[in-house]
Design a protein around this ligand. Structure first.
Ligand SMILES: [Zn+2]
Length: 181
């Protein structure tokens, strides 16, 4: 089943177009992708590949990570998500952040994406969301990873940077909400 807890890897250039075939081949060459889970989760969802565990540092003493597909309980999977327009993605776990114009704490973030205090458009890519929101056209989701449970290592992030010429960062998103910008 699709998990409400996700670790997301995204490029910091929100307008970056990424060819999904190239990204798929790249992740395949890293042995990060397993079989596609069309029937279970839909297109562009994959089981984790043989080397999945070597690209992440798992926190906690005995992480309980289910790597095999299950029909009745959550398990780890990879998903490639891509949109024609940049999406602002935030979770129900979004951290307190401040408007860069008026410095007030952001209260509710509505679809207008304007500050509820000064009504100026939020500068989404300038605000420090502390790994709880991001803006991108294409990203990689890893399902069933809790907040800070796993941290991607430099080998993985550097290889994505070599592929796209843009730095990649992690975010932890619970119950993702997408707002087109
Ligand atoms: Zn403001």
């Amino acid at each position: 089943m699709n998990s409400e807890f996700k670790l997301v890897l995204y490029p910091v250039d929100s307008g970056l177009e990424i060819d999904l075939d190239n990204l798929r081949k790249h992740l395949d060459s890293l042995a990060l992708l397993g079989a596609e889970l069309v029937d279970l989760l839909g297109a562009d969802h994959y089981t984790v590949g043989d080397k999945f565990l070597s690209y992440f540092t798992f926190m906690g003493c005995s992480p309980d990570i289910e790597l095999e597909p299950q029909t009745d309980k959550p398990f780890c999977y990879l998903a490639l998500e891509s949109f024609l327009q940049p999406q602002f993605v935030l979770g129900s776990n979004v951290k307190k952040a401040r408007c860069t114009s008026c410095k007030h704490d952001l209260q509710e973030i509505t679809n207008s994406l304007n500050c509820s205090h000064c009504d100026k458009p939020l500068q989404l890519d300038k605000i420090n969301w502390r790994k709880s929101a991001f803006i991108a056209k294409t990203w990689i989701s890893i399902g069933n990873i809790y907040e800070l449970e796993a941290i991607p290592n430099d080998e993985l992030l550097d290889s994505l940077k070599r592929l796209t010429s843009v730095q990649w960062k992690p975010a932890y998103i619970r119950n993702a909400k997408l707002i087109e910008v």
